[in-house]
Every structure is written in structure tokens, then in C-alpha cells.
Design a protein around this ligand. Structure first.
Ligand SMILES: Nc1nc2c(c(=O)[nH]1)N[C@H]1C(S)=C(S)[C@@H](COP(=O)(O)OP(=O)(O)OC[C@H]3O[C@@H](n4cnc5c(=O)[nH]c(N)nc54)[C@H](O)[C@@H]3O)O[C@H]1N2
Ligand SMILES: Nc1nc2c(c(=O)[nH]1)N[C@H]1C(S)=C(S)[C@@H](COP(=O)(O)OP(=O)(O)OC[C@H]3O[C@@H](n4cnc5c(=O)[nH]c(N)nc54)[C@H](O)[C@@H]3O)O[C@H]1N2
Ligand SMILES: [Mo]
Length: 820
């Protein structure tokens, strides 16, 4: 068997001529010191990297030498540390500092900030928490929106904020996330697990056993460049193997996507173009063909599933008079009836592995295609077979790389210590809910006391007056900027903790400068799901300007009410890091040897043998009773009594085709706004992170703006050429972007990557966004009453050439400093 270590050795050896320096386990910081500076290994979302520190500055960053497939984004890392958008000092919004809750809230975002000292800033933060808790109670505070904080288990800033603020009082929290909100809600009813964050069948098994792999709305080559913890990129060589197998005729890979993806182009996979947002129609017609041609596995359905009859009577039209035949689906999904039938026969003709991406469920009724994915695999009878069945996660954080089985370091405790209560211990939310579905929080601000259905519960929106944000950028991640701007006037106080002057920082009242991960000591998991190793993250440089670690910031805050010793447990940063490592070492003792801490810190990385291959759902297949699924019945639920009982009109007893509020290719609103805008995850960023990296941003911008990708046909029809500046607009907003014409895009399909920094011309509602944040245009409605997740990819736009003098980009460089 090829072990993890032999793989790495092999890689190191093959590249030996171009590499200097020590072997895997002696990537020592001190060993590499010379007059030319010190090379240090550290971890990040973008992989392990080596940084040259010279004269107190990071002067160069390159991929870790054993990274099998480094991302180009490593070239943006230096610019995350050094850029004009860093928050240098604590700052307060000028009008708010004078008038607090009586300040003019319509001027948030007008970029008038005043510098304050750290002491003043922490006083202000504490005073506002006190005021809100005593005046309104816990329903007045929202501190639950969290996101892609930089890596490092100890400094995980979300946990620092939660622990620090929790010591002071209770607050409104969120449930779910933007990534997989619909998927993680529907799948437990269908297949007993969220699936989206679960380990998947090992790649070697898929490559060996599958006849056909369907990449359904999935672009792993793009999305596996980053990981939730330090990414190893071990999954990427499997995509090279996939390419080789396709070339050798040993494997068919089909990408079902409106766009020709990076993965498809790299591997030579076949393209099955589909009209955006119409996958469910296509899937129902596939089910129809499998059923009418008797290609479905009746035995599997009988033993392992419930509710097939009810579903199939919808497919055959017995219950609503509409047969979901290929002829019915063809005009909706843009795939001919013959091609649909042929595709169904191909799926049934051998071992078929579905690999679903997540974008598909970030659209209205996003629950439905996920439910259908399980049903198609069940009809094929392949759930739990090696190289067959369904996965919803292989494009994420190294899922599918065989696990080592080792324990990994734990994170900083996010909750109060056992038995402790907050300073303000009221749990009275004034009759409102203390937990709300994450993507509905702008509705919450707009409709206090309003109701919304969510996953079988009736949620009452609390009357929130203050928000605290850290490690997330809601003025990038949430939909419909102008609606957000209206909601924002409702808030008395907004506190942001970040190292960058993001749009969220600019729309805050108090901004506290955190430092980046490169300015603190930490420890991280190397390989999010593979648990390949533990990596040291030594501080490269001291915190820049007046920035501080999140740990220091919340130590200062908790000191205001005398609980800092409880917060820190009396330990320093290095003591926490050391303890985290030693606890892991003890847990692994006897199974995975780890050197003592000092040795680890010196060598930088400890890795473990790679584990055995594994097949998802194989245990269920082997014994469905002993290994019952987590669904209400324990079986795969093709129809769900539980969901049916909720009585929702937009998510019923079984999957259905439902028209969207906006849909291109002849769907609603397409006469006015004919172009579907997808806001997929960026190839050269992690969401909004790294957008501030000026030099790196310049490698992809067009006339200094975010690119909008479009087909040659759509460009020609509008008299546009590659490199043109355009206005992209709909009834919700408008933005400037730069045209990139590409054959990868079909007519009617355009893309602006999420995470482009929002830079409105001014603070008015409807203002032109000068850089190109797609969420200036997206629709802010829940996927359905079940999940209430984001529907970002249900969005139509029109594009026109921008004539005249273009306003300069306002998104970067931080706000103006005023003196009062
Ligand atoms: N480089 C990079 N990688 C990342 C991230 C990042 O910011 N940058 N973010 C990470 C995070 S947090 C997440 S949640 C994941 C996101 O992972 P995903 O949500 O899976 O990724 P996306 O890039 O949004 O979309 C993947 C594909 O879905 C296709 N698609 C969109 N709509 C439809 C549709 O209606 N039908 C079909 N058939 N296909 C459709 C798109 O064309 C695209 O090719 O990525 C992770 N990886
Ligand atoms: N239209 C559209 N919108 C989307 C999506 C989409 O596909 N389309 N995708 C959605 C998805 S899946 C996701 S996951 C979200 C991502 O949304 P977010 O997670 O909010 O996006 P990030 O840009 O990663 O924001 C992280 C912020 O934390 C800050 N930060 C990083 N590390 C630290 C730290 O250690 N301390 C402090 N104090 N701050 C830190 C960074 O500077 C940055 O501002 O976006 C969602 N929004
Ligand atoms: Mo995400």
C-alpha cells in the first residue's frame, strides 16, 4: 500500500533538483535562518506556505515544497498582510461617536471616521453592550453571523467573540450557513445526515470502481484550492488521475453545468449543458426514463427506501395529470428528450458516482435537486457501493482523501466554562426567537415581531438593536445590498472586528483592528478531513500598526467586567498553543507518535500515515437495520411524512419541479432581464479575502473592476468586447464591471464571483457599485419555508456598455479620517 509518507517522499524526490533545504520533518525555522532572512513554514486556508521574513517584514511567500498542487492564490498572501486597506487603529464613526444611538444612521458608509485609543474603543464596546443588555435584554443583540475566519485553532476569532460576548450576556444567534443551508436541512430527512460536511468515498475507490462520474454543479479543481483548516491539496492529484483515466477511455466523467468548468477543461470531462436552475426538471425526466424503461432497481427500493410509490405517481403524472417525461422536461432544461433518455441509460448501464457541488442549492427551492440526487442514486440501486451512489461534498476541504484516523487539536472554547453564567443572565427574548435561520437576518432587522416558518418551527423575529461582527464580512456575504442598506438604519450600534476595511467595517460604528494570522502564534490541523498532520503557525511578524490578536481584544473587553482570568484561564497565547498540542499528543499516544511540543515547534509539521480507503453508506447497505440511517424511519425517504406534515407550499412530501421567481431561458422575468447571473466562488480569492491584495487583484481585474464573464454571443448582441467597462443592473441595483468574453459560458449565462468588495459611489440607496459586488444585484429570499437558506443564484440581470467618465473605485484603501 502506498502510505502518506511514501507519497510525500516521492514528491519531494521528484522535485529534488529544484528544491533546497531539509526534508519533510525538519522544515525548521531556525535551521533556515541566514543573513538573507528566515524562511518559516506556516499554515493557511490556501495551504502550507513558506514565508521569508527579512528585517521584520514578510518579503516573499511560496508554497510549501511538499504541496502536491499549490494554488496560485499563494501569490496574494503577502498582499493580505501589506495593503492600503488594513485597519491601522481603532476607529469610530464620527457622527456615532458624538450621538451614539441618536446618531444619523443613514450616513453609515459615508466613510467619516475618527481615530480613538484602544482604551476608549474598548470602553465604547463595553458601554454599548451594557446599554443594550440593560435596555433591551438579549433580544437586542445579534452576534451570531460568522464566516471564514483565518485558520489557526487557538485564534479562531469566531470562538473568541462568542466566548467574550457570552460572558457579558446572551444574544440572538444564527442557525445554518450560507454554504449549504438548503442541503444541510433537507438531507437529514432524506438520507439521515447533512452529508455536506461528511467524509465521502475515497477518491482511489471512485477512480477505480466507477464507470461514470457525474460532476453535478461541481468544480473541484477551483474549489479545492482552499480548505477550512490548513489545506494539503492532496485531493488535487486525483483530478490528474481522473484526466488520465478519461484519456485512456477507462472512465467517463460528465459535468452537468451551465458553464464549462475549470475541472472539465482540465480533465477533458464531457459537458452536459443545462439551463440554469432547471436541474430538477431534468432529474425528474431521468427518473421517468429509469422507471418507464424498467432500469430502476426495485429490490433496492424495497429494502432500503420508503415512499417510492407516492413519488413515482407524481413522475408519471398520476397525481397531477402532468407526466414528467423527457418531452416535458426538454424545453425547460434545454436538453433534448433523446439526450435525456440516453443519459438515463448511461447512468443505469454501469457503476455511477454522483458528485454534487453546492451552488445548485444556493437557489430558490435549493432543497429539491439535493433530494432528487439521493432518489436517482436509490433508483439506480447504487447507494453504498464502491464507486457508486451519491456525494455532496467531494469539492470541499479534501473530502475523499483517506483519513489518517489521528486526533487533531481542538479549538479555543467558544462557550462559557461549565457552571458559569453571563453577567447579564436573562434568557428572556421578549417572546421572540433566540435563534434565527442565518440567511434571514436582514428580514429580521426589517420586520421585528414578524414571523417566518423554518424547518417545522414558527420563528418570531427579535427586535435587534446592536450587531457585533468578527471573522465574517456580511457586506459581501449577504444578498441584496440596497435592501441591506435600508435594514441597517434600524441598528443603533454596529461593532466590527477585522484587519481589513471591508464594506462591513465601513458600515460599522466602531471598528477594532485585529491582526492577521501571520502576526500571531498558532497551531492547526493539516488536512481538514484527512487529518494528515498538525502544523505549527509561528508568528512571522509583530501585529502591524495598532492591531491586536482577537484573544487580546476580548481579554481587554472581559477585563472591563472583571472576568478576564476566566476568559484566558490565566494562560498566555503560547501556553494555549502548547496545551492544545500536548492534549493532542496524549490523545494520539500509542497510535500516532508525536514529538514533544518544543521539537514540533522547531520542525513545524508532523504528519501521519494515510488511512484505508472507505466507502460512504456501505455500512447501511450491508445492514440497513443495524446501521439504520438518521431519518425518521431509518431508511432513505423518497417521500417524507415529516416534511409533508409541515404543510409547506414550497417544500412538500417529495421533490417537485417548481418555477422560480426569476429564471433565464424563457422563465419568469427573462423578457426584462434576460441574463442569469451566477455568483460562484472565486478562482482567485477566498470569498472577499485577498480582494484587498492590490498587486494580486490586478492580475484579474478589468479596468480596475471585477470581471463579469459572458458568452461571445451575449457580448456581440450588446456590442461589447473583452475589456469593456459595463453597467450590470436589475431592479435591485447596479454595478460596474469589466467584460471577459469566454467560450466557457453559454448564451444567457454570466458570472461575477462572490466576494468582490462593495464600493458604492455614495451612501445612498441604489448607488452605483464602482467595483462589482454581485450581491448588489442578488435576490434576498429564502430557498423555502423548510431551510430559509440563501437563494443567491436566483438572479437575472441586463448588461450595457458604460459610456462616459467612469467613477473611480471606492472599495479599497479605507475611509477618510476626520477630526471633530
Ligand atoms: N477558490 C475558492 N474555493 C472555494 C471557496 C472560495 O471562495 N474560493 N469557497 C469555499 C466555500 S465556503 C464553499 S461554500 C464552496 C462552494 O462550493 P460550490 O457552491 O459547489 O461552488 P460554486 O463555485 O459556487 O459553484 C460550482 C458550480 O455550480 C455550477 N452551478 C451553479 N448553478 C447551477 C445550476 O443551476 N445548475 C447546475 N447544474 N450547475 C450550477 C456553477 O456553474 C459552478 O461550476 O467552495 C469552497 N472553495
Ligand atoms: N452571491 C453570493 N453570495 C455568497 C455566496 C455565493 O455563492 N454567492 N457564498 C456564500 C458562502 S458559501 C459563504 S461561506 C459566505 C462567505 O462569507 P464570509 O465568511 O463572511 O466571507 P469572507 O470574505 O471569508 O470574510 C471573512 C472576514 O473575516 C476577516 N477575518 C479573517 N480572519 C480574521 C481573524 O482572525 N480575526 C478577525 N477579527 N477577522 C478576520 C476577513 O478580513 C474578512 O473580512 O459568502 C456567502 N455569500
Ligand atoms: Mo461557504
Amino acid at each position: 500500500m502506498t502510505t502518506r509518507r511514501t507519497v510525500l517522499k516521492g514528491l519531494a524526490a521528484s522535485a529534488a533538483s529544484s528544491l533546497m533545504g531539509p526534508s519533510l520533518l525538519s522544515q525548521s525555522a531556525s535551521a533556515a535562518t541566514s543573513s538573507a532572512g528566515t524562511w518559516r513554514l506556516t499554515g493557511s486556508h490556501w495551504g502550507a506556505v513558506e514565508a521569508l521574513v527579512k528585517g521584520g517584514k514578510v518579503t516573499e511567500v511560496k508554497p510549501y515544497k511538499n504541496d502536491p498542487s499549490p494554488t496560485d492564490m499563494v501569490n496574494g498572501i503577502k498582499g493580505v498582510i501589506y495593503n492600503p486597506s488594513r485597519v491601522k487603529y481603532p476607529m469610530a464613526r464620527a457622527d456615532w461617536l458624538d450621538n451614539r444611538e441618536n446618531a444619523d444612521r443613514t450616513t453609515r458608509g459615508d466613510n467619516r471616521f475618527v481615530r480613538v485609543t484602544w482604551d476608549e474603543a474598548i470602553d465604547l464596546f463595553y458601554e454599548e453592550l451594557e446599554r443594550v443588555q440593560t435596555t433591551y435584554g438579549p433580544s437586542g443583540l445579534f452576534a451570531g453571523a460568522t464566516g471564514w475566519r483565518q485558520t489557526g485553532m487557538f485564534h479562531t476569532c469566531i470562538n473568541h467573540m462568542n466566548r467574550g460576548v457570552s460572558m457579558h450576556g446572551n444574544y440572538v444567534r444564527k442557525v445554518g450557513d450560507y454554504s449549504t443551508g438548503a442541503g444541510q436541512t433537507i438531507l437529514p430527512y432524506v438520507i439521515g445526515n447533512t452529508e455536506v460536511y461528511s467524509q465521502g468515498t475515497s477518491w482511489p475507490v471512485i477512480l477505480e470502481e466507477s464507470d461514470t462520474v457525474v460532476l453535478w454543479a461541481s468544480d473541484p479543481l477551483k474549489n479545492l484550492q482552499v480548505g477550512w483548516t490548513c489545506e494539503t491539496h492532496e485531493s488535487l492529484p486525483y483530478l490528474d488521475q481522473m484526466r488520465d483515466k478519461i484519456a485512456a477511455g477507462e472512465l467517463r466523467v460528465i459535468s452537468v453545468d451551465p458553464v464549462r468548468t475549470k475541472t472539465q477543461n482540465h480533465t477533458g470531462a464531457e459537458h452536459k449543458y443545462i439551463n440554469p436552475q432547471t436541474d430538477v426538471a431534468f432529474m425528474l425526466a431521468l427518473a421517468h426514463t429509469l422507471y418507464t424503461e424498467e432500469l430502476h432497481d426495485t429490490e433496492f427500493l424495497e429494502i432500503y427506501t420508503l415512499g417510492f410509490e407516492k413519488f413515482i405517481s407524481y413522475v408519471t403524472g398520476q397525481d397531477d395529470g402532468i407526466e414528467k417525461s423527457p418531452e416535458w422536461a426538454a424545453p425547460i432544461c434545454g436538453i433534448s428528450a433523446d439526450d435525456i433518455r440516453e443519459f438515463a441509460r448511461l447512468l443505469a448501464g454501469g457503476r455511477t458516482q454522483f458528485l454534487f457541488g453546492w451552488s445548485l442549492q444556493r437557489q430558490q427551492h435549493g432543497e429539491q435537486p439535493y433530494w432528487m440526487g439521493t432518489i436517482l442514486s436509490a433508483m439506480l440501486g447504487q447507494v453504498g457501493l464502491p464507486g457508486g451512489g451519491v456525494s455532496y461534498s467531494h469539492h470541499y476541504s479534501g473530502i475523499g482523501v483517506p483519513e489518517s484516523g489521528a486526533n487533531m487539536p481542538g479549538a479555543f472554547p467558544l462557550n462559557l466554562d461549565l457552571g458559569k453564567v453571563p453577567e447579564h443572565d436573562s434568557e428572556d427574548f421578549n417572546g421572540a426567537s433566540g435563534v434565527i435561520p442565518v440567511a434571514r437576518w436582514i428580514d429580521m432587522l426589517l420586520e421585528p415581531g414578524g414571523h417566518v416558518q423554518h424547518n417545522g418551527h414558527d420563528i418570531t423575529y427579535p427586535d435587534v438593536k446592536m450587531c457585533v461582527f468578527t471573522g465574517c464580512n456580511p457586506w459581501h456575504h449577504h444578498q441584496d445590498r440596497n435592501k441591506m442598506r435600508r435594514a441597517w438604519t434600524k441598528l443603533e450600534t454596529v461593532v466590527s472586528i477585522d484587519f481589513a476595511w471591508t464594506a462591513t467595517s465601513r458600515h460599522s460604528d466602531l471598528v477594532l483592528p485585529a491582526c492577521t494570522q501571520f502576526e500571531r502564534n498558532d497551531i492547526d490541523t493539516y488536512g481538514g478531513y484527512s487529518n494528515t498532520g498538525v502544523i505549527a503557525m509561528p508568528k512571522l511578524v509583530d501585529p502591524l500598526y495598532q492591531s491586536k490578536t482577537d484573544f487580546e481584544i476580548f481579554t481587554m473587553l472581559t477585563k472591563r467586567f472583571g472576568r478576564h482570568n476566566e476568559y484566558t484561564r490565566g494562560m498566555t497565547e503560547m501556553q494555549w498553543v502548547r496545551e492544545s498540542y500536548e492534549t493532542t499528543r496524549t490523545a494520539n499516544a500509542g497510535r500516532f507518535e508525536m514529538p514533544p511540543f518544543d521539537e514540533f515547534w522547531e520542525q513545524g509539521l508532523v504528519t501521519f500515515e494515510r488511512g484505508e480507503n472507505w466507502v460512504r453508506h456501505a455500512d447501511y447497505r450491508a445492514d440497513p437495520e443495524l446501521n439504520a440511517l438518521g431519518t425518521p424511519s431509518g431508511f432513505i425517504e423518497i417521500s417524507s411524512r415529516t416534511i409533508e406534515k409541515f404543510g409547506y407550499d414550497d417544500c412538500g412530501a417529495h421533490p417537485k419541479w417548481m418555477e422560480k421567481l426569476e429564471r433565464s431561458h424563457g422563465g419568469p422575468v427573462s423578457d426584462k432581464y434576460p441574463l442569469w447571473m451566477q455568483s460562484c466562488h472565486p478562482d482567485q480569492r477566498l470569498h472577499s479575502q485577498m480582494c484587498e491584495s492590490d498587486e494580486y487583484r490586478a492580475t484579474y481585474t478589468v479596468q480596475g473592476r471585477e470581471p463579469v464573464w459572458m458568452s461571445p454571443q451575449d457580448a456581440e448582441a450588446r456590442g461589447l468586447a473583452d475589456g469593456d467597462l459595463v453597467r450590470v443592473y436589475n431592479d435591485r441595483g447596479q454595478l460596474l464591471a469589466g467584460v471577459r468574453v469566454s467560450d466557457n459560458f453559454a448564451p444567457g449565462v454570466v458570472r461575477i464571483h462572490e466576494g468582490a468588495w462593495y464600493g458604492p459611489e455614495d451612501a445612498s440607496i441604489g448607488a452605483l457599485d464602482t467595483y462589482g459586488d454581485p450581491n448588489t444585484l442578488t435576490l434576498d429570499v429564502g430557498t423555502s419555508k423548510l431551510a430559509q437558506a440563501t437563494s443567491a443564484n436566483t438572479c437575472l440581470v441586463e448588461i450595457e456598455k458604460f459610456e462616459g467618465i467612469a467613477p473611480s473605485v471606492t472599495a479599497f484603501g479605507g475611509p477618510g479620517e476626520v477630526t471633530l
